[in-house]
Design a protein around this ligand. Sequence first.
Ligand code: ADP
Length: 475
Amino acid sequence: METELFIGGKWVPSSTGDRFDVKDPATGDVIATVADGSEADATAAVDAAAEAGKAWAATAPRVRGEALRKAWELMTERAGELAKLISLENGKALVDAKGEVTYAAEFFRWFAEEAVRGAGDFATAPSGANRILVTRQPVGVCVLVTPWNFPAAMATRKIGPALAAGCTVVLKPASDTPLTALAMAAILAEAGVPSGVVNVLPSRSSGKVVGKMLKDPRVRKLSFTGSTEVGRILLAQAADNVINTSMELGGNAPFLVFADADLDAAIDGAMIAKMRNGGEACTAANRFYVESSIAPAFSEKLAERMSALRVGPGTDENTQVGPLVNEDTVGKVDSLVKEALSGGATAATGGSRPDGPGYYYPPTVLTGVAPDAPILREEIFGPVAPIVTFTDEAEAVRLANDTEFGLVAYVYTTDLARGLRVSEAIEAGMVGLNRGLVSDPAAPFGGVKQSGIGREGGHEGLLEYLESKYIAVNW
Ligand code: ADP
């Protein structure tokens, strides 16, 4: 297990000598102490990234792609041990952690293939007077800031396209889950990525070290995944040096079930959309809107499936739902549920925090939730499904859009025309139509409204790390 900073291809202690604890969410016990990156370390990491930048940008795209491909192979070979590490520091069930390793590794494979597709353009100007030549160049040094909910995949989703494009990076992982990010750095180094191209800087002082890097004129790109609240702060800081930004922020996904839906498929989809990662995903279904005629049957079946889930330590093979990541997260879930219950909702299953150690919360289904309940406005980030009924399509769309967020929505109906009509009307960057899982390295992931700016994955994910350069040519 690596626990030092990774700067310029070396494992180094913090310049201050400080370290911080990483805890097992199942017990609250300390599992490792990690070097606590300082502002001076942040500058050293940017130095390393800037120094490595020219040579990496000039490295053949195929060679850059091959290093990413090798990293995919190494991650796949070591999937078991990486999953254990993720589960240990994040708490998620091993089954979810294994899924994450596959998903995370696929970003390396996808962007290994995309590395050779940074093509430009060549055209005759409409006047015929000259030619228009467009070439694409790497943005430059990138600061990548990732959250704790997918410690591997959020890192690879940013590192993959950055490296494919010819950029060098400093990754600041969430302080709850730095171990997986350090393991990614080791794998990339082993895969042949040169020193300084990838630097990883765990730090408890996120605001300070990220702020320091955003002030550095050599940094040209910020890619952030996390809360809208922190995203706003970082966007303001990025404005000072007019830094290129990609922001993956909060979500408040509606899950719409029309009376003509295949009910069993909708329940299967709901279980994935709600319970993947124990509900700790920005794509998690946050609000269930069910047409009133089928609402009792839907609620009953969902409660039955939710109550059958096995809750326990993530590292136990039999566990389906692990603990939440920390006390703040479980405390927030608990208070949102309490508020909903006191506002008139009923718990069809779950609904109260168990006694004992660990940050556990039981799978919960709430019915009769008041339309203005805070649980429908805030990102729950836990295993709780609030159900609200609707009577017609217009109302369903209105309720779905009644939020400042716009990341993803889920729609269940067997009427294809309705499915497409509603998908177009919903204000979201992504829609799962009769599908509870949208994340795919080959597709553009991202949100509208206050859920973010830019897309990750797909071909668009590569373009976020490239600048177009237009050369007007006379001959
Ligand atoms: P979450 O807790 O849902 O992951 P956050 O937005 O709190 O979302 O954190 C996402 C990432 O941003 C983490 O790496 C965290 O350490 C970092 N972070 C939090 N606050 C700040 C800040 N003020 N400036 C820079 N980075 C921050």
